[in-house]
Design a protein around this ligand. Structure first.
Ligand SMILES: *[C@@H]1O[C@H](CO)[C@@H](O)[C@H](O)[C@H]1NC(C)=O
Ligand SMILES: *[C@@H]1O[C@H](CO)[C@@H](O)[C@H](O)[C@H]1NC(C)=O
Ligand SMILES: *[C@@H]1O[C@H](CO)[C@@H](O)[C@H](O)[C@H]1NC(C)=O
Length: 493
């Protein structure tokens, strides 16, 4: 939710209050506080395949029917068009067939994104509805894609794309800039905002901090893809898919403003997996239910080896996937009211656009690691460590840090040197078929001495079977680094 500068305090308070209510409603609706999880084995096979595999030409990729087996190897967007035509000719999948791909013996031990009480989870959507929705995106793919040739001159080079307009997100961007500088990164950055959300003064100030800083107003009519913005009732996820498409970069790395790189992100572009797939998608903690309508709508059998997508970081080559991105944005923008019943915001729109278009995506072999605090034996995971394909931690995405109260952060900083104390990493983090017991738990901070009565309760990820280890083992010195980066702005203001 964007709060612009200079808002009067009463309005601000009202917005924060409503924001808190919406946030709770949102969590209630979207988080299944049930159980367990895990991720990547097929990566090993993939990497083995890859090391021998050079980029194939289109005639060696395409099969007779026009459907390509290794579509992800097409070097340019337009080579996909015959493949898309074949994709839209495939026989439609029924709900029963889509569900048959996943047969977890104990469904209540799997951590699904949506609760089993969700309307579509209780009662399967019928095949007529699924076929109608499938035809709808087929029609979009066959008749409405913006041609790559018309836009290719607008894209150039590599760079980081961040959606950031309001003061809070700009403060987070400054933390990212300090992190990149410390890593010796010189990557170009483009900030995407909405309308009058970002003043000229803010732009000048942030430009003075970075050698190559660009801005894009997503509300401007010059954008390739128009998006909508609803300040009050929605978290504006659709802006992320729009930002990727509208970005000036040919190879954008989409980054959330609360995501701190701990290696130079430019190294991601040099990995074998990115070179092969032209994408890097990162995993979330939850899985997609077998009867989620999206499987059948995209003609994809449910996958037990796949987590949902966490789009706090995402790398894509638009020269190859310009059309895939349009489908992701179409699910998200044009039909968000329908799809947001079973997909959470932008994050899985990318994954399912790739599934719909029968194209494999690239991802790191390691599933995420939880990072957080340990207080009198209570673990609170507030951050995801997401991995580089080389196995090291690449990003610390503090998705739940915003749920920690100022009192707890202050106390942790004073008595434990900060909030980046320990990590929990599953032993099976490279075995996607294994379910790790992952839950989201409430943290009432009962461990805190002289705890104020009205303290906000935080949300934490918990891997109950994993023993916490010092974070210094994975990201040495990050307690101090976070301090040096100005990470504690939220308790200093
Ligand atoms: C593409 O690959 C096929 C099969 O590997 C080969 O016969 C053909 O000559 C190649 N075409 C080009 C333009 O490299
Ligand atoms: C299928 O579901 C739709 C709602 O999405 C409903 O309008 C329709 O009547 C259902 N059809 C059948 C055959 O149950
Ligand atoms: C998973 O862990 C939670 C505690 O976080 C526990 O309540 C639950 O019983 C565990 N589930 C399984 C299947 O072990």
């Amino acid at each position: 939710m964007a709060i612009s500068i200079g808002e009067r305090p009463a309005r601000l308070a009202a917005i924060l209050f409503i924001g808190a209510l919406l946030y709770l409603a949102f969590l209630g609706r979207h988080l299944d506080l049930s159980i367990a999880l895990n991720f990547p084995d097929r990566m090993k096979a993939t990497i083995e395949q890859m090391t021998g595999a050079s980029k194939a030409n289109s005639s060696s990729i395409t099969t007779q029917s026009g459907l390509a087996k290794d579509a992800h190897k097409f070097p340019t967007a337009d080579l996909f068009l015959p493949h898309f035509a074949a994709v839209t000719q495939l026989q439609g999948m029924t709900m029963m067939k889509a569900k048959s791909g996943c047969s977890w013996p104990a469904m209540n031990e799997v951590n699904f994104q949506y609760s089993k009480e969700t309307e579509w989870a209780l009662k399967d959507r019928n095949d007529t509805e699924l076929a109608f929705r499938r035809d709808e995106w087929h029609d979009y793919i066959n008749h409405q894609l913006l041609p790559y040739a018309q836009y290719q001159d607008r894209f150039q080079g590599r760079g980081i794309v961040i959606c950031a307009g309001n003061q809070k997100s700009l403060t987070r961007v400054r933390v990212i800039l300090r992190a990149l500088k410390k890593l010796g990164s010189q990557m170009a950055i483009e900030l995407h905002y909405w309308g009058d959300e970002m003043s000229k003064e803010s732009q000048d100030e942030i430009s003075s901090l970075w050698p190559k800083m660009f801005f894009n107003d997503l509300s401007a009519s010059t954008n390739i893809l128009q998006s909508s913005h609803d300040n009050f009732f929605h978290i504006n996820y659709q802006l992320k898919t729009a930002a990727v498409i509208n970005s000036r970069f040919a190879e954008p790395l989409l980054l959330d403003s609360d995501n701190i790189p701990v290696v130079d992100p430019e190294s991601l572009y040099e990995t074998a997996v990115y070179k092969e797939y032209g994408t890097l998608f990162w995993p979330d903690i939850a899985r997609t239910r077998p009867n989620n309508p999206m499987w059948a709508i995209t003609n994809t059998e449910c996958r037990m080896d796949e987590y949902e997508q966490e789009s706090g970081q995402l790398l894509v080559d638009k020269r190859r996937f310009f059309y895939h991105l349009q489908l992701a944005a179409w699910f998200n923008n044009n039909h968000g009211d329908y799809y947001n019943d079973f997909l959470l915001g932008d994050k899985d729109m990318f994954r399912f656009a790739w599934h719909a278009l029968k194209t494999k995506y690239g991802f790191p072999a390691k599933w995420l690691t939880s990072v957080g605090t340990l207080s009198n034996g209570f673990y609170c995971g507030h951050t995801f460590a997401q991995h580089h394909p080389d196995g090291n931690v690449a990003f610390l995405h503090g998705g739940l840090v915003k749920t920690l109260s100022k009192e707890v952060i202050t106390w942790q900083r004073e008595s434990h040197g900060g909030i980046f104390q320990v990590y929990k990493r599953s032993e099976s983090d490279e075995q996607p078929l294994v379910n790790v017991n992952v839950t989201i738990v409430w943290d009432p901070a009962s461990y805190m001495p002289n705890r104020p009565d009205n303290i906000a309760v935080a949300l934490c990820t918990e891997f109950s079977e994993v023993v916490p280890r010092p974070l210094d083992e994975l990201v040495p010195g990050f307690q101090k680094t976070f301090e040096d980066l100005g990470g504690y702005w939220m308790i200093e203001s």
